[in-house]
Structures are given as C-alpha cells and as structure tokens.
Write a protein that binds this ligand. Structure first.
Ligand SMILES: O=P(O)(O)OC[C@H]1O[C@H](OP(=O)(O)OP(=O)(O)O)[C@H](O)[C@@H]1O
Ligand SMILES: Nc1nc2[nH]cnc2c(=O)[nH]1
Length: 176
C-alpha cells in the first residue's frame, strides 16, 4: 500500500489561524502572565508558532501523556510519561494540543492538572474532530473543526512519520 497525503489546510491557512488564536489570547489574557503547557509530541509545531505570536508574558512547560483503557472503558486511565517540571499552583495555564479526537486524553489531563491548583486552566487545540468524541471535554480555543479523517503534518504523525510537513493533510492508503 502506498501512503498518499491530500492537503486539507495549507501552510498559510495554518499560519493565519495560529495568528488569529494568538491575537485572541493576547486580548483575553491582557495584563496577566500565561503558563503554556505543551502536550508532546504532536503539538510541538503549533505550540512554538503560537508562542511566537503571544505578546503577553509567557512561561512554558512540557509533558507527555497518553490515555489507555481499564478493560471496560477506553477512557479509563492517564499515563504520564513525562510530567511537568514546575508546579502550576496559582498560575494561569493553557494546555496546547494538536488534536482532540475521542477526548479521552484531554479530559483526563485537564482533571489531573486541575487538581494541582492552577489559578485557571484552559485548553487550546489546533484541530478538533467532534464526531469522534467519547468523553466530553470543554475546549476554550479551537483552530479548525474537521471531519472524521486521519490527518498528518504540522506535528501530527502516522507511525512517527510526516510530523515535519508544513501543512495538514489527510492520509490515504492506495493500492500500488
Ligand atoms: O482525543 P484523543 O482520542 O485522546 O486523542 C488525542 C491525542 O492523540 C494524539 O497524541 P498521540 O497519543 O498520538 O501522541 P503524539 O502527540 O506523540 O503523536 C494527540 O496529540 C492527543 O494527545
Ligand atoms: N496523526 C494523527 N493523530 C491522531 N490522534 C487522534 N486523531 C488523530 C489524527 O487524525 N491524526
């Protein structure tokens, strides 16, 4: 099978959307500092580009999480593969994600981080696939709402490939 990628959002469209989100954040967090939480690996490109367009003071931390089933439910548990390095108590925090699909990872991550006593905790995602939702999660900032398709590029991978594509595309498998 050959892997073919069909562009969904061009580099320019992604860039414009990120600037739009950053401008909104600059307004809404005016006069405050914002602690950006990057959920690796997929959100790395979105995270860095977003951060570059923020004019409010920001600090950053990084984590690696994944959700896994507990036998009866796919949304059961959160595995923290790499935790944040700093406490978030009293900080205005923004979780930055590349995509929300089932919602399992983000709902568990949000709950876990909320327990650490941030001053506020919001979620910002570049892509949202609401048709696939299994667990409801409140998302304050969304770039693009997309249909149920497997996308790659701009940080998103298939078997660790394609993260470096500067655009977002749908991955299709075709007979050779
Ligand atoms: O809404 P969900 O169904 O929980 O899926 C979303 C999660 O899946 C992806 O991460 P992935 O585990 O593929 O890791 P990666 O970011 O390292 O590619 C994405 O970055 C989210 O964290
Ligand atoms: N690369 C990639 N990872 C995902 N994780 C959840 N949905 C997706 C998707 O569409 N593409």
């Amino acid at each position: 099978m050959k892997e073919v990628i069909h562009e969904m959002f061009s580099e320019e469209q992604v860039q414009n959307k990120i600037v739009e989100i950053a401008e909104k954040l600059n307004k809404e967090y005016a006069g405050q500092s914002l602690h950006l939480i990057c959920i690796l690996k997929g959100s790395i490109f979105f995270f860095t580009e977003l951060a570059k367009h923020l004019t409010i003071p920001v600090t950053m931390d990084f984590m690696v999480v994944s959700s896994y089933g507990n036998g009866t439910s796919s949304s059961g548990n959160l595995e923290i593969r790499k935790d944040l390095e700093e406490p978030i108590e009293g900080l205005h925090c923004l979780i930055v994600e590349d995509i929300i699909d089932s919602g399992n990872t983000l709902s568990l991550t949000r709950k876990m981080l909320q327990g650490r006593g941030p001053a506020s905790l919001k979620i910002c995602t570049l892509l949202d696939k609401p048709e696939r939702r299994e667990t409801q999660v409140e998302v304050e900032y969304t770039g693009f709402v997309i249909p149920d398709a497997f996308v790659v590029g701009y940080g998103l991978d298939y078997a660790q490939k394609y993260r470096n594509l500067p655009y977002i595309g749908v991955l299709e498998f075709v007979e050779e």
